[in-house]
Design a protein. Structure first.
Length: 533
């Protein structure tokens, strides 16, 4: 996330935006809008949005406006988010939702279809198409039930073959009249009515039973002396039933059954954010509903696909998959929801790191750390700290990287090897760059980065030997050799390279063997070493 405008406050934007997201998820929409306003102001110093990430803030604020019933502001934010990229998927969804709430079902349907064409795998657009279609049918009826008036000038509806060269209709061709089907009123099923009325359905049943009682329906309206008529109880019951039927029709249009099912799923899903993230192959247990489990399995499968794309050197594809996962998670709540979100941010950071977008990768890893910390997920915290350390190291922020790596608390032997190796590598980079240790947090007992590099390299080597992993034995020994060379200790460097060579031969790695032998040959020729050093 970069901006060339010096007045843009990216730190304030990030803080306010994520505060707004937390408030939004907590149902505090008015407060969330206030934070989103501050975030958006931070990146629009001259009235122009300076970073593309601002469109995510606009769609989030649009959703909050919808929750508060202000569809006009929600629509304006959605429109603004689409100015830079008309195919921005979140913006299209936000615009469609605003149009639907406004009651413009036809226009909403257009944008739901547009989003579905771009991302057919997202359930949000499929649901939108269904509820818009139902809303339109509830408003005007089905196509075969509508009798259109064909009087007046109908030239607009003629095909080009029916229009002559003069641009006027060809009178020699008569349009065939279409046989209209008999208009039939489709009565909703009892199951549908029960879902629409909810608690009022039992009242409706009671009124129907009253009308079926022979003793009750024999009561007739009474006529008053002044000529007016006093309604009987059956008339009031009939009016009550008509009112409930009218309400059910209204609610079926305003909130279709599809949307009600979606809300019911959200309410019944578990919200245990401390849930340990399981393998994608885990099957539904007795406590989880099928819709929740299906969505959860789909998301886990997508995360695995993102990892596969990274393994296949396709970071752009992995990034797109993670973006889809985060969008899906923003629209639903499932078991392990927050931990899946953290995993998606972590994988997105890996893809950004692979694309050399270190600043964006750091932001993604920070999101992983925040979510993992909030949910007391130790493995997630260690993962995020390790990735942050690696990204800061690649950006040249070695001391920041060292601090982050030192905070990791994973106890696995190989994790210890990696931690010591990476810290040592950062210190060695500082030594080569001529940087001094300036922190006072106690990460190292020495003040010279070269000595710190050797110390951590030896610790990594000892841990690798204990584990019996020749790859890390060779890597740690090579690190120690590099630190020794930086300190002009060629004898120690030679010994460490020989140790690394033995480990490389043990694991039969021709590439590693060749590199280490080249380094030893360079040490055997003082002139070459002096020139290279």
């Amino acid at each position: 996330m970069e901006s060339g405008d010096p007045d843009t406050d990216l730190v304030k934007y990030s803080n306010c935006y994520h505060d707004g997201l937390k408030l939004q998820k907590g149902g505090q929409f008015a407060k969330a809008i206030t934070r989103f306003n501050s975030a958006f102001d931070a990146i629009t110093p001259n009235g122009i949005m300076t970073i593309s990430e601002g469109r995510h803030c606009l769609t989030a604020r649009s959703e909050c406006y919808l929750k508060l019933g202000d569809h006009k502001k929600a629509y304006d934010d959605a429109e603004l988010s689409l100015e830079e990229d008309p195919n921005f998927i979140k913006g299209i969804h936000a615009k469609a939702e605003a149009l639907y709430v406004k009651g413009s079902f036809e226009y909403a349907l257009v944008f739901y279809h547009r989003g579905h064409a771009l991302r057919p795998e997202l359930d949000e657009f499929t649901l939108g198409i269904s509820k818009c279609t139902e809303g339109i049918e509830n408003s005007v009826g089905e196509a075969d039930q509508v009798n259109l008036d064909k009087t007046g000038d109908m030239t607009l509806f003629l095909t080009f073959t029916e229009i002559g060269t003069t641009g006027k209709p060809d009178k020699s061709k008569k349009s065939k009249s279409r046989k209209l089907k008999e208009k039939v009123t489709v009565k909703p099923s009892e199951k549908t009515v029960k879902q629409l009325l909810g608690e009022l359905y039992s009242d409706r049943q009671y009124l129907e039973e009253l009308l079926e009682d022979p003793a009750f329906i024999t009561l007739e309206d009474q006529h008053k002396p002044d000529g007016s008529r006093k309604k009987s109880l059956p008339s009031f019951v009939t009016s009550g039933l008509q009112y409930l039927d009218a309400r059910s029709e209204f609610w079926r249009q305003q909130k279709p059954i599809y949307a009600r099912k979606k809300d019911a799923e959200k309410l019944t899903m578990r919200r245990d954010d401390t849930f340990k993230l399981p393998a994608a192959s885990a099957r539904p247990d007795a406590t989880e509903g099928a819709p929740s489990q299906t969505t959860r399995d789909t998301i886990l499968t997508k995360l695995e696909s993102a990892h596969t794309a990274l393994d296949d050197k396709q970071p752009e594809a992995a990034y797109r998959i993670c973006d889809d996962v985060l969008f899906s998670l923003s629209a639903t709540v499932i078991a392990g929801h927050r931990l899946m979100e953290a995993a998606a941010h972590s994988t997105m950071g890996d893809s950004l790191y692979a694309m050399n977008r270190n600043e964006d990768a750091i932001e993604a890893y920070e999101q992983d750390l925040v979510i993992s910390s909030e949910n007391v997920h130790e493995d997630g915290c260690s993962r995020a700290l390790t990735n942050l350390g690696r990204a800061h190291s690649a950006s040249g922020n070695y001391e920041v990287a060292i601090k982050l790596l030192a905070k990791t608390e994973r106890k696995e032997p190989l994790a210890t090897v990696f931690k010591e190796h990476e810290i040592g590598r950062c210190y060695l980079a500082m030594k080569k760059a001529g940087l001094a240790i300036t922190n006072s947090d106690g990460e190292s007992d020495v003040s010279d980065p070269g000595e710190a590099a050797i110390s951590h390299g030896k610790a990594a080597h000892a841990a690798a030997v204990a584990v019996g992993d020749n790859f890390w034995v060779a890597s740690a020994a090579t690190l120690c050799a590099g630190a020794a060379l930086a300190a002009d200790d060629t004898a120690s460097a030679k010994n460490w390279y020989e140790t690394a060579l033995a480990a490389a031969k043990e694991m039969d790695s021709p590439g590693a063997i060749s590199n280490i032998e080249d380094a030893l040959d360079a040490l055997a020729e003082p002139e070459v070493y002096q020139v290279e050093h």
